[in-house]
Design a protein around this ligand. Structure first.
Ligand code: PD2
Ligand code: ZN
Length: 293
């Protein structure tokens, strides 16, 4: 709250109104603007929205994906780099990408030198003026929400938005042998000291009511490529708790993982550890089953 703003109480009525807005699909920015127009201090309004939606999610019925009689969702084809001959590097259109580590179940591959230092800097430079507090897709409504588990700032590029982005997207498509058209636009995230991304799955939970609407555009996510654009001094690794793996966020490197069904059995739970010193920047490319038009 700004220093001289009077204290504003977050009443049960306000909380109910916030939940109703989210359920009817209003974007967080729209709700925030309505609150500011009604005289709410911006920081109080954000806190009210975040705490209300967090509590609301926690109170929702527990999800059972693995209960007796519930079959696993069917497996999909996933992106897969050409690793059959145990290569030390893969030539991906215009760049020789190093293969630093490979794991099969779950499929997790660490790449070195996927991006040059100049490309990393250029992406950060393009993104920096457009950064805003991160939002993720709200699977309850199919809209967007401020994600209380993510304390980074972020933005999305359109696919093919600049020549640089087109070149990088073509490189990724060749590296992962997955159609460029099936990729979402690059997401850029910046984590300052203390910022983290709590462990989560990148696929859309089939049990959430908003998921069918999200899947109309391109189907499920089946793979993720996290590229490190800016390294912190300490902390900020990408962790996979189920397999006790931590990938160091080294600039130009990337970690790829795939998941053939939207289910925890893929063991692709992952998160971004808190940045302990410095700043971490990443670009994430999510791969869908079909064209993401
Ligand atoms: O920043 C990361 O390391 C990270 C961790 C978990 C990024 C993502 N997920 C993501 O972009 O999905
Ligand atoms: Zn993720």
């Amino acid at each position: 709250m700004s220093a001289n703003a009077p204290t504003q109480a977050i009443t049960p009525q306000l909380r109910q109104w916030i939940v109703e807005q989210a359920q009817s699909g209003h974007a967080p920015d729209v709700v925030l603007k309505a609150m500011r127009d009604a005289g709410w201090d911006e920081d109080v309004a954000i806190e009210a929205m975040e705490s209300t939606l967090r509590e609301h999610l926690a109170q929702s019925a527990p999800r059972t994906q693995t209960g007796p009689g519930s079959a696993l969702p069917p497996a999909a084809t996933v992106p897969e780099p050409a690793l059959e001959a145990s290569p030390l590097y893969i030539d991906a259109v215009d760049r020789r990408v190093h293969v630093l580590s490979v794991q099969s179940q779950p499929r997790i591959v660490v790449f070195g030198d996927l991006l040059s230092a100049e490309e990393c800097e250029a992406l950060v430079g393009l993104a920096r003026p457009r950064m805003a507090r991160s939002r993720t897709v709200a699977t309850k409504t199919g809209g967007e929400e401020i994600n209380v588990d993510r304390t980074s700032d972020g933005m999305f590029f359109q696919r093919g938005e600049t020549d640089l982005i087109t070149r990088i997207e073509a490189r990724i498509a060749a590296l992962l042998r997955w159609p460029l058209e099936n990729g979402e636009g690059l997401q850029i995230l910046r984590y300052g000291p203390g910022a983290e991304y709590k462990p989560h799955y990148d696929y859309f939970d089939p049990a959430e009511p908003g998921t069918p609407s999200i899947l109309k555009r391109g189907g499920q996510r089946v793979g993720t490529l996290v590229m490190y654009l800016g390294e912190p001094e300490r902390g900020g690794g990408t962790v996979f708790p189920d397999v006790h793996l931590e990938v160091a966020p080294k600039r130009g490197n990337a970690v790829f993982f795939s998941y053939d069904r939207p289910h925890p059995s893929t063991r692709t739970l992952h998160g971004g550890s808190p940045v302990l010193a410095g700043e971490k920047w990443i670009a994430t490319k999510w791969l869908r089953e079909r064209e993401f038009a």
